[in-house]
Ligand binder design. Sequence first.
Ligand code: SAH
Ligand code: SF4
Ligand code: F3S
Length: 569
Amino acid sequence: MTANNRHNAVFLETFGCQMNELDSELVMGALRALGYAFVCEPKLAGVILYNTCSVRDLAEQKVRSRLGELAVRKRKEPDLVVGVLGCMAERDSASMLHKFPAVDIMCGPGELDKLPGLLDNAVRTRRSLAGNAAPGDESWMRSARQVALQGDASRRSGTLSAAGDTLELLDLSRSVSPIDHTGSAYVRITRGCNKFCTYCVVPRTRGAEMHRPPDHIVDECKRLADSGVIEITLLGQTVNHYCFEHGAAVSMKGVTQPQKGRTYKGGHAREVHVGERVTTFANLLHRIHEEVPGIKRLRFVTSYPRDFGDDVLQVMRDSPRMCRYLHCPVQSGSDVVLKRMNRGYSSGDYLEFVNRARAMLHEPGKGRPLSIAGDIIVGFCGETDEDFEKTKNLLRQVKFKNNFIFKYSPRPGTTAFEKLPDDVPESVKRRRCNELLALQQTISDDVGQSYVGNTVDVFVQGLSATETKRAKRAEAKKMSNGGVALTIGGQDVSEEAHDSCGTDCGCATTTVASDSGASSAIQLTSRTDGDLIVVFDCPSDTAPDAMIGRIVTTRITSAKGITLQGEML
Ligand code: SAH
Ligand code: SF4
Ligand code: F3S
């Protein structure tokens, strides 16, 4: 890579949730359109961006340590541009700007449409100031900084926020091309969150809940399907609260702006009155399913256990291309803890929902079991051994496919941080976390075993983890013998291969069928529509590349936890 194109070479690292993954994809599209190229090694880049997460302290620590390391590099390369994007920028900008002089750009998740402008300014300003500075003088660095944050504006009413919401333009400008995906894509349906769970930073970083216009969402799904995407995951913090009120929309430069959906009242679907023009979540799912037949799998995350209406379950039941999968975090099995978390439901409410959903959707005999995944926080303020036992009981009753289990991490600015003592010792949090992981493992083992002997359709994602490791080892051996770079199934299998690409980390280097040195078939990884992993051998007469992004039928031969071994039929 030459010094000239290094200025336009960007390294982008993404932390946190699927929302951030989608944001990064949109940012990459916007910057590529302006002539930036993406590289997969920070050392090759003239611009380094971190798309950050604030949900737990650990996620933030990783970024802080990256920024600390960059300070050293920046002394040697004063025109290097460093940007912090996402939730951490929004949550902690003042202290970060103070502590990390290496940072040039701060851009919150609600302002990402402004990033191309900020980056352009930062690149130009740094280059010109760096060129004119006296040797050893670093005082100019702070004056080259570019900042776009929502601050208090993020929590204006949904309608006011919608009026100023230029971020919709970022989603609308999504560039969709067949080479950019592996058959699967995220589509945002809501932004922000209004729930204010006492432990959670998201409502403060992502702002007020807003719902995208259904026409925009359906159009985006159509464009993705036209480019070859067959699996879409709809995204939102509480997707089932989606409710777009037509007519109240604000029009800006010909673009319909999203509106705040009303909160559902009561335990079931929102009542829609005659003459009222709203698109509910159930309506939206039905529209996408019917209007975009190219989408063979439609799923959504994350569901909120309250206000999940029968209307949504009915659409799921009656729509053959909708996945039988719910990611619906319960957080705790203790009603006292749930109340302290401000979740607004009890463990009984959660069980009522799960039973209702299973009664409507669980059809293991037809090869379509409903699988339910969740999140749990252990060691939240005041959690006793008795509370924790209740969480274990709930896990046993619900038989979750899997749970993401987190130790409570106090987040500045949240109600829990301000008002509730973090009184569960770290050692107890760790013990509870390990106990729960062990319990979940036994439940996941049972769920996995229930698939053995079944025939299931799977969506092929790429090489299995074992295959990737095997290919990397073979690659290292080959490189040491002066061989050529290797990519299998369009997937990067060698850091060296990326090192040598030097232009854009789509990394479309030569594809070869197999050169792993082993005689056995290439192993692929795939997912059932209930989100279980299925590993199977690629047929010897088919290139792995040709399998990725396809749905194929397999028979499950064995299971280890929720990783199933299958054979293609
Ligand atoms: N909107 C989703 C969750 C988004 S955050 C929902 O309400 O279910 C993803 C997960 O991070 C949460 O489900 C929760 O389990 C975890 N989490 C959030 N804040 C946390 C904190 N302060 N400490 C530990 N885990 C946390
Ligand atoms: Fe956070 Fe609660 Fe909103 Fe989920 S629903 S993002 S946990 S505040
Ligand atoms: Fe993290 Fe922000 Fe997502 S805090 S979990 S990146 S919404």
